[in-house]
Design a protein around this ligand. Structure first.
Ligand SMILES: NC(=O)c1ccc[n+]([C@@H]2O[C@H](COP(=O)([O-])OP(=O)(O)OC[C@H]3O[C@@H](n4cnc5c(N)ncnc54)[C@H](OP(=O)(O)O)[C@@H]3O)[C@@H](O)[C@H]2O)c1
Length: 284
């Protein structure tokens, strides 16, 4: 199989960034194998069953592919032992390029997917690690913030006055496609943000203006947030998310980068624009 006809395996193809990345690859005329646990069909892509926790699904998913977009196993505190056997198999199967979705909050060699980031350049000659800030789709898609805004008109955080360079998942997908398909691979990490850093007070105000009804930012302590989140997820994961809010309160995410503009040639979308488009229409 030549590079011109080889497919891109999109892991997490039904999710927030994977679905958009797969759709953009299809629109660009690229063959896509869309991987998820139920092999959910996506327009123009070939569905393939893949489960990070079922190694029997690995080899079949890789057939005909020369590159892969990687969404780590969701909620997994230690993804490296789960992901590395698949990545070694992918390399042995002839895949040349891997683009990993990480997070602005996770440095190379850091906790969770940081260990996979560390290993990636040693496994693939062509690679990129996307480190996006928080997704704007947390307020429009399937997420506690979106549910809170739509339901009670409340966003609960422990971020205080802290600001975040929220980024549109469409912009993440646009960068992912470039990282997967550009002649020279990036071979570096790419920290992705939107055009401005906003506090959650700003988020609530803008969401309220878009919806035409009040939305408030309720400030919790990290302990109060952990208890609230633990009603809908494992306590350990709830504590981890509350810790991330604590870091935001301390200024860890108060930055913007020019990566989206530099890589795609167009500026990233703003928060008001994205919520106005998406908040009333439920999507992932
Ligand atoms: N939300 C944020 O603000 C934010 C910010 C920065 C980074 N991130 C990172 O983004 C990642 C999530 O990416 P996303 O939002 O694109 O995904 P997502 O919307 O959470 O969707 C997860 C995808 O993974 C698939 N999946 C779930 N469990 C799987 C398994 N065991 N094996 C194979 N596939 C599985 C799901 O499909 P099926 O259920 O159909 O299998 C789905 O396609 C996380 O690693 C997070 O750290 C998030």
């Amino acid at each position: 199989m030549t590079a011109a006809t080889a497919a891109t395996l999109v892991v997490g193809a039904t999710g927030t960034t994977g679905s958009r990345t797969a759709a953009r690859l299809v629109a660009a005329g690229r063959p896509v194998r869309a991987a998820s646990r139920r092999a959910t069909p996506l327009p123009g892509a070939e569905p393939v069953r893949f489960d990070w926790y079922d190694r029997a699904t690995f080899a079949e998913a890789l057939v005909g592919c020369d590159r892969v977009y990687l969404v780590p196993p969701v909620g997994e505190p230690d993804p490296a032992p789960v992901m590395l056997p698949f990545l070694r198999l992918a390399r042995a199967a002839g895949l040349r390029r891997a683009v990993l979705l990480s997070s602005s909050a996770v440095p190379r060699g850091g906790p969770a997917v940081g260990a996979v980031h560390e290993a990636l350049p040693g496994l693939f000659a062509e690679w990129a690690v996307l480190r996006p800030s928080w997704f704007m789709q947390n307020f429009t898609g399937v997420h506690p913030h979106a549910d809170g805004i739509r339901g009670e008109g409340v966003v609960r955080t422990a971020t205080g006055e802290g600001r975040v360079g929220f980024v549109d998942a469409e912009d993440i997908a646009a960068v992912a496609v470039r990282a997967l398909t550009d002649g020279p691979a990036p071979n570096r990490e790419l920290v992705l943000t939107g055009p401005e850093a906003l506090g959650y007070d700003d988020i609530a105000r803008i969401a309220g203006e878009v919806l035409g009804r009040p939305v408030v930012h309720r400030r919790l302590t990290p302990e109060e947030l952990t208890a609230t989140l633990a009603e809908r997820m494992p306590a350990r994961f709830a504590a981890l998310l509350a810790d991330l809010d604590r870091a935001i309160a301390e200024g860890a995410e108060d930055r913007v980068t020019d990566t989206v503009l530099r890589v795609t040639g167009r500026p990233p979308s703003g928060f008001r624009e994205v919520v106005a488009k998406e908040l009333t229409a439920r999507r992932r």
